[in-house]
Design a protein around this ligand. Structure first.
Ligand SMILES: C[S@@+](CC[C@H](N)C(=O)[O-])C[C@H]1O[C@@H](n2cnc3c(N)ncnc32)[C@H](O)[C@@H]1O
Length: 213
């Protein structure tokens, strides 16, 4: 995956602890995603931007028969997930330590059963909206990699981004049906992430879109 796209988020924040550094250098190679052929027969879930990996690790522990692929650029977040995988001896997570957009571009058609996009960076300033993950191209790409009846789950606590997401998805209603919409009172049974805990919980929107093929 040689291609590069401009990435605007943080790649690294504070220095890694010695354990995190050890895991990053020595354990990451064991859990790196390598081959789409490995996903042919399994139930596959992709998380775009897993942050510190709370959701991904919880789901993987709860569903040992499913395969979880997480994409993340943020080195500290990857190190946090590595720690969870190692401590809990999780066997069913593979990490793509790069840009999710490139990963998705390389993915074959109809390979994932679920795609999770939880609290994507809202890029609040209007001049930065073009950086948001939800745009026409990415929506088409996510649809392409979803299997029949595959689902795309999106959560955000940013009201304006929530409206923009609904509008963009509505423009693709021939390929994505809105099959669930929840708020903090009707919260779906998704594991809570670090971002969600510190988020503006009074205006979280959770949506589920089902792929139409
Ligand atoms: C606001 S955080 C939310 C993290 C996590 N989903 C949560 O709920 O705690 C957004 C995450 O998406 C990651 N991210 C943004 N764009 C990405 C991309 N193109 N590929 C991979 N990760 C990305 C960022 O590095 C960041 O960790």
């Amino acid at each position: 995956m040689e291609e590069r796209l401009k990435f605007y988020g943080r790649i690294k924040s504070r220095a890694l602890t010695s354990r995190q550094l050890f895991l990053y250098n020595n354990f990451l190679p064991d859990v790196l995603f390598t081959d789409f052929a490995d996903l042919k027969t399994s139930t596959n879930i992709l998380e775009i931007g897993f942050g510190n990996g709370e959701t991904l690790s919880t789901l993987a522990l709860e569903n040992p028969n499913k395969t979880y692929i997480g994409c993340e650029m943020f080195v500290n977040g990857i190190a946090s997930l590595l720690d969870k995988i190692e401590r809990n001896k999780i066997q069913n997570i593979k990490i793509f330590n790069g840009d999710a957009r490139l990963f998705i571009k390389q993915a074959p058609n109809k390979i994932f059963d679920e795609v999770l996009l939880l609290f994507p960076d809202p890029w609040t300033k209007r001049k930065h909206h073009f950086r948001r993950f939800i745009n026409d191209d990415n929506v088409l790409q996510v649809h392409r990699i979803l299997r029949e009846h595959g689902v795309f789950k999106i959560a955000t606590d940013h009201a304006e981004y929530a409206s923009a997401i609904i509008k963009t998805m509505q423009a693709h209603k021939s390929i994505f049906a809105l099959t669930g919409m929840y708020d903090q009172n009707t919260r779906p049974n998704w594991p809570t992430s670090k971002y969600e805990i510190k988020s503006n919980s009074t205006q979280i929107m959770y949506t589920v879109y089902t792929a139409i093929h």
